[in-house]
Design a protein around this ligand. Sequence first.
Ligand SMILES: Nc1ncnc2c1ncn2[C@@H]1O[C@H](COP(=O)(O)OP(=O)(O)O)[C@@H](O)[C@H]1O
Ligand SMILES: [Mg+2]
Length: 431
Amino acid sequence: MKAIVVGSGGREHALAWKLLRSPKVTEVVCIPGNGGTALLPNCRNVAMAETDAEGIARCALVNNISFVLVGPEQPLAQGLADALRSEEIRVFGPGKKGAQIEASKAWAKDLMAEANVPTAAAAVFTDAESALLYVQQQGAPIVVKADGLAAGKGVTVAMTLDEAISAIKAAFSGQFGAAGDRVVIEEFLTGQEVSVLAVTDSQTIRPLLPAQDHKQIGEGDTGPNTGGMGAYAPTPVMPPALLERVQKEVLEPTLKGLQDRGIDYRGVLYAGLIVTPAGDPKVIEFNCRFGDPETQAVLPLLETPLEDIVMACCEQRLASMPPFVWKNAAAACVVMAAEGYPGDYKKGLAIDGIATAEDAETVVFHAGTRLSEGELTSTGGRVLGVSAVAPDFSSALAKAYSAIDKIQFPGSYYRRDIGHRIKRHESAPDG
Ligand SMILES: Nc1ncnc2c1ncn2[C@@H]1O[C@H](COP(=O)(O)OP(=O)(O)O)[C@@H](O)[C@H]1O
Ligand SMILES: [Mg+2]
């Protein structure tokens, strides 16, 4: 069986890596892939834009591909899956309509209200005046969100009224382009954030192991938000009983809401949740694809072949699939970034030591790298994600950090406190 993975980040490297762990998968084509997928045995990069529907369809047909797995949200939001499906190609990822659940926060809020899914109270605005009036009535803290895709930069958690006011003005002055034409203003929630990635064939939905990400660049969760600086799975913040509530209160009603809108959604539905101090899960947002870096922590624990799950979703056989099998272990992924990220940073840094860092339980996923004439260099702010599996969290973290010690590139930066929330949880289970 051959597959195409669309995208070029650590998530896509992890997806290709996991597919190729199965003897049934003989080749993965990454479009466009990165230095890590270039080095992966039986994996081949094809230089093509991830939104090039015609090119990807041709590549799928020429190579007799069993399915296309789409990593990032942008091509899904632009209708890549619809275009491929119209050529009878199996696709794991929703069409343009379903992708609105991520591409429009107002649309997602509407669906949640109709489907009775617990989420922060919110109001949607199309002009600055009424939005400003609203925050003045509500007061701070309050959260201001550009409606559309803004590469993780569209949300301001405003602790003061002044911050909320400038966020509203920025969005309506076009800082996020059309993504800011509408603004969602919502209630500020406190609690721990958990990512529940679920897979669906549009009829049945099943969660993967819950994970936690670290959004901020600085230790102790300080500084600006990033694409994600590290993750681990599973998380004690979401024990099985709570995950069961997420299934019943969030995933199933949301899938029903999609069905009620006539949407055939096959792929990942990612629920970004907050577990409130009262212990209730509430939705912060939905994504229409695998999370990055959560995928780099979740997939190393998955024993079930990924292609079986993907094929079952594409062919609407998820209900008859046996329960997914997981390693009875923990995984941690620590991201190594270029100095300066998420602000300005250098590219083209030479990377060394990956081969010595890897072992049977440790894998280095490439995020922003390229391989050219045998030289591995950086191309992005997030450069690598070092994932390790071990019987418990502290050993998985220790393993990931000791692997990091063997990897060098100039000015590399990583957070030393990945997992700090679990450590706190372990010492104060009720906290
Ligand atoms: N209602 C909220 N209360 C508190 N924090 C929030 C709320 N909504 C979002 N956040 C914070 O802002 C981050 C980004 O918001 P999110 O809706 O996930 O947007 P995106 O991922 O598209 O940038 C979240 O990970 C969370 O830390
Ligand atoms: Mg988010």
